[in-house]
Design a protein around this ligand. Structure first.
Ligand SMILES: Cc1cc2nc3c(=O)[nH]c(=O)nc-3n(C[C@H](O)[C@H](O)[C@H](O)COP(=O)(O)O)c2cc1C
Length: 145
């Protein structure tokens, strides 16, 4: 079974790419977008309803480049999963963010209170625009194979 939560289409893109691969599986593939370092509330609410299931988590996040960061998110999501379930695997990649995020960064940069890492944030915004890409999709397919 495949279920996903996607606000702007990134996670949906991943879900559609693996739809055929996960047909008739007894594993529940749960896709989520990242909100405040965790899965979105809707995804967490759904995960909390699961018991005695095999779960594969896949998600997209605006920030990336670090497996550590992705691991932290997955660990956070797991806190909402009952121990009777088994998380058999997980996958995360970056996902583009709305342009309002860039506008916010640019405003911050112009002002007097710009964070030290503002240029990194802006670079990350442009990097995220390229995701999910074909490599991400291939990597997800490998992760579920
Ligand atoms: C309200 C909001 C909060 C977000 N919080 C985070 C966050 O804490 N960490 C992160 O890496 N990305 C964050 N993002 C970026 C999204 O997780 C990212 O763009 C994701 O790919 C969106 O997936 P979707 O297109 O499936 O909705 C946030 C986006 C929004 C709109």
């Amino acid at each position: 079974m495949l279920i996903y939560f996607s606000q702007t289409g990134n996670t949906q893109l991943l879900a559609q790419a693996i739809k055929k691969n996960v047909e008739n599986s007894d594993i529940i593939y749960v896709g989520f977008w990242t909100d405040k370092g965790n899965a979105s509330k809707e995804a967490l609410d759904y995960l909390k309803t699961l018991h005695h299931q095999k779960i594969f988590l896949f998600g997209t996040a605006g920030f990336g480049k670090s497996d550590d960061y992705f691991k932290k998110i997955i660990d956070k999501v797991k806190e909402s999963i009952d121990e009777s379930n088994e998380v058999i695997g997980s996958f995360m990649c970056q996902g583009k963010m709305p342009e309002t995020v860039l506008q916010r960064y640019l405003k911050l940069k112009e002002g007097n209170h710009a964070p030290d890492n503002i240029n990194l944030l802006i670079d990350n915004y442009y990097e995220a625009l390229k995701h999910p890409n074909n490599d991400d999709i291939e990597n997800l397919k490998k992760a579920i194979a």
